[in-house]
Design a protein around this ligand. Structure first.
Ligand SMILES: C[S@@+](CC[C@H](N)C(=O)[O-])C[C@H]1O[C@@H](n2cnc3c(N)ncnc32)[C@H](O)[C@@H]1O
Length: 308
């Protein structure tokens, strides 16, 4: 881990919850960003501020750090962390990173970091409805102002639409069977109820499937659909080349193949159209040591590109 980095879980209290948050691929992300003292950097997914804190330390007082998150609870935690002696000006905005194209002008930033997906704050708070391992309401919204909740999707989409969502965003081969079981069990009112319905419908067929909970892919699919995660990522990557200064860098950490494919394709287009130089031939993954310490790091893939 890099100098001053966070390699032990931090006990950040929020609403009575103890959060063990360990930023993923921290040293690698900071190295690829090549943070310049006094520069302007956008952390598109500030979350609990783990990556932002390292960026802030390197930016120093003359710098400017803009932190975005859809989740106001995350911004509150990050705000408390991002103050200190030689710290840059910090601007935290509750918005989607899909809005960067509208919010920032050409050549605004020296670097953009996106560490996409859910935070431990969201996963570990049963009341947010992200986890199939705890009883909670069917919510799954990163932005509590947005209208679409898991409750609406699970109870109101027709069977075919539901199966398509589960297949497309969860890459779940048993999507039709799961959608049928969900429709038959309506109304479904909690995460635990939904997880039980899925488990009964989709028993693991082989040893490999036994390793993950039968509801994993369906919950992932619902979360991606509800939060429009893939569309947001495409919008961010489309806007990034314009917002970056020449020599500025974009670093993306993703957690499943659907996201990684979008990043890979956007960078490939960037090479073709001569606005990106790709810095990672293959995605960077966590070391064994990091994966052992932080299971979430196991599926992380980092890609980086430089504006030419
Ligand atoms: C994996 S966490 C980031 C953790 C952060 N790097 C840290 O070290 O604490 C991802 C965060 O991104 C936010 N997020 C996900 N998609 C977003 C989007 N489209 N726009 C803004 N924030 C988003 C989530 O709410 C969550 O807080």
């Amino acid at each position: 881990m890099g100098e001053g980095s966070t390699d032990t879980p931090q006990g950040v209290g929020h609403g009575g919850i103890e959060i063990g948050h360990v930023p993923v691929l921290l040293k690698e992300a900071i190295d690829f960003l090549a943070v310049r003292r006094g520069g302007t950097y956008i952390d598109a997914t500030v979350g609990l501020g783990g990556h932002s804190l390292e960026i802030a330390k390197r930016l120093g007082a003359p710098g400017h750090l803009i932190g975005l998150d859809k989740d106001p609870a995350a911004l509150e935690v990050a705000r408390a962390k991002l103050t200190g002696g030689d710290f840059p000006r910090v601007t935290l905005l509750q918005c989607s990173f899909a809005e960067v194209g509208e919010r920032f002008g050409s050549g605004f930033a020296d670097g953009i970091l996106a560490d996409i997906g859910v935070s431990s704050l969201q996963l570990e708070d049963a009341a947010r409805g992200f986890s199939f391992q705890a009883e909670g309401p069917l919510d799954m919204r990163m932005d509590p102002r947005s209208e679409r909740t898991a409750e609406q999707v699970v109870n109101h989409l027709d069977e075919r639409q539901l199966a398509d969502v589960i297949y497309e965003f969860g890459e779940e081969r048993r999507s039709r069977r799961i959608a049928r079981a969900i429709v038959r069990s309506r109304p479904i009112r909690s995460t635990a109820h939904l997880a039980d319905v899925i488990s009964a419908a989709a028993r693991p067929m082989n040893q490999a499937e036994r390793r993950i909970h039968p509801a994993t892919r369906t919950f992932q699919a619902l979360r991606i659909f509800i939060n429009r995660e893939l569309d947001d990522l495409r919008a961010l990557l489309e806007a990034a080349p314009r917002i970056l200064k020449p020599g500025g860098r974009v670093v993306v950490i993703s957690f499943h193949s659907l996201e990684d494919r979008i990043v890979k394709d956007a960078f490939r287009d960037g090479i073709k159209d001569r606005y990106f130089r790709v810095l990672t031939k293959k995605p960077v993954t966590a070391t064994k040591e990091e994966s052992d310490r932080n299971p979430r790091a196991r599926s992380a893939k980092l890609r980086a590109a430089e504006r030419v």
